[in-house]
Write a protein that binds this ligand. Structure first.
Ligand SMILES: Cc1ncc(COP(=O)(O)O)c(C=O)c1O
Length: 455
């Protein structure tokens, strides 16, 4: 018998017209008159409004079907609308939609915390839940300050940790920081994020200098001492930048010797995206704190800051008022979908699939893009992949990532730009993307990049 035809979720794109279609454009016009103009980028060629998504497919309001190589900011790692996650959400919504996270907690919060403890590297783990990645970062930075009594922070050039005022202080992008310069915590210094072994030595020397000397301009002496070093083990939004082997281990050695805490922001990389559960595992590094978000909630907003009991016990025991909490902490719907996601991750061996698919995509893209002079590098870890584009003069091809995203959209593929100057095309497909969809995506990217480079 012939294989059944693939269903929505595992199909190739079908476009009923050139996207964005008339309905997406009409919605964009309405959006323009109600949403703050800073939020959604609106142009002739962007965006399309989503109506439905399943697996690695998205359907827009005009009926165009796309293959999604973004997993919606890396969130839908198990695919959009995974049946087991959907079922967990529906069943939970019929029992308890909202609870009292830090007062009369939903029982599911406990179940999720136990599951996270089982994944974590420490003998005894303690966790603070949140809703967004930024919140998990804020919890980690507060923990480090409580634990060490030292408010200074070392972060890294290119690093992205969120945009709330606390997390913005460690996000490196000047365009995000500049308008709020007076409000962000000043005791933060940015060390270079290395890409080569030589750069690694320079970066470690700079971290060592900051750990011993404190943060320049960080205020009074007592305000300058460094209590935390925060890093994405692979920088996502900066353009999928991967440090050389040994760097993270070197960093861990420096922080351990200094008594400052090493925070791994695994909000993008964690839970399988890079072909391992946690990226820090690769080098056998033991972090002090780990932040998770994005994929964790299986599509619902959920984040977590995990640490060893010794570190996290810097927080006082609650006497009825938590020093750090929020209304939606331990939200039952998000706990239910997170537990379902973690079960799917294990049951469907998505981590191994991520590694395998990622290698195939990177290998095939390197081959397909080799003739194009404007492609500087294709790099990746698992299903977090970046294609870096160069200008004719050899510098970063500023803004070209967005042009590739538009050219890809017109062919039925969703991708995002990344990099400090938008010079990278970022791929973060769901781990359930089929081989056929992957092959389509690769062919489409070769064409779209060729078009953007020649246009
Ligand atoms: C590595 C990393 N950290 C933190 C964040 C912030 O997460 P959120 O946007 O959920 O606040 C992001 C978001 O892209 C991220 O990629």
């Amino acid at each position: 018998m012939a294989d059944p035809a693939p269903q929505f979720g595992a199909v190739l794109p079908s476009l009923v017209g050139r996207p964005p279609g008339s309905r997406s454009r009409a919605l964009a016009e309405r959006l323009r008159s109600v949403e703050s103009r800073n939020v959604t980028y609106l142009s002739e060629d962007f965006p399309v409004f989503w109506e439905e998504a399943k697996g690695a497919n998205v359907r827009d309001v005009d009926g165009n079907v796309y293959v999604d190589f973004t997993a919606a900011f890396g969130v839908s790692f198990a695919g959009h609308g995974h049946p087991r996650i959907e079922r967990a959400l529906v069943e939970q919504s019929e029992r308890l939609i909202h609870g009292m996270g830090d007062v009369h907690p939903p029982a599911l919060k406990l179940e999720l915390l136990e599951r996270l403890s089982a994944l974590a590297p420490w003998e005894e783990t303690r966790t603070v839940l949140g809703s967004s990645g930024s919140e998990a970062i804020e919890a980690a930075l507060k923990t480090a300050e409580l634990s060490t009594g030292r408010p200074g922070i070392v972060a890294f050039e290119g690093g992205y940790h969120g945009l709330t005022l606390g997390s913005l202080a460690v996000t490196a992008r000047p365009d995000f920081r500049e308008p709020f310069r007076a409000r962000v915590h000043r005791g933060v210094a940015f060390a270079p994020f290395p890409r080569t072994e030589v750069e690694s030595e320079v970066a470690l020397a700079e971290v060592q200098r900051l750990l011993s000397g404190g943060i320049p301009g960080g205020g009074a002496e007592s305000q300058k001492a460094v209590g935390a070093v925060v890093i994405e083990p692979v920088q996502g939004r900066a353009g999928v930048r991967i440090p050389p082997p040994g760097f993270l281990a070197g960093l861990a050695e420096l922080t351990r010797a200094d008594g400052s805490l090493l925070i791994f922001d695994e909000i993008f990389t964690g839970l399988g995206r890079t072909g391992v559960i946690f990226e820090y595992e690769r080098e056998g590094v033991l972090p002090d704190l780990v932040c998770l978000g994005k994929a964790l909630g299986g599509g619902l907003p959920l984040s977590a800051c995990l640490g060893s009991r010794e570190v996290m016990d810097a927080w006082p025991e609650s006497g009825g008022e938590a020093l750090h909490t929020s209304t939606f902490l331990g939200h039952p719907l998000a706990c239910a979908t997170a537990l379902a996601f973690l079960a799917v991750l294990e049951g469907e061996k998505l981590v191994a699939r991520s590694l395998h698919l990622g290698e195939r995509i990177v290998g095939r893209l390197r081959e397909g893009l080799a003739p194009l002079a404007g492609v500087r590098e294709v790099r990746g870890r698992g299903l977090l992949i970046g294609i870096e584009l160069a200008s004719e003069a050899g510098g970063p091809a500023a803004g070209l990532g967005a042009r590739v995203a538009e050219a890809a959209l017109r062919r039925g593929l969703l991708v995002l730009p990344a990099g400090g100057q938008g010079e990278v095309v970022e791929l973060a497909p769901p781990a359930v993307t089929s081989d056929e969809q992957v092959d389509f995506g690769i062919g489409c990217l070769v064409e779209a990049i060729g078009e953007a480079l020649n246009g």
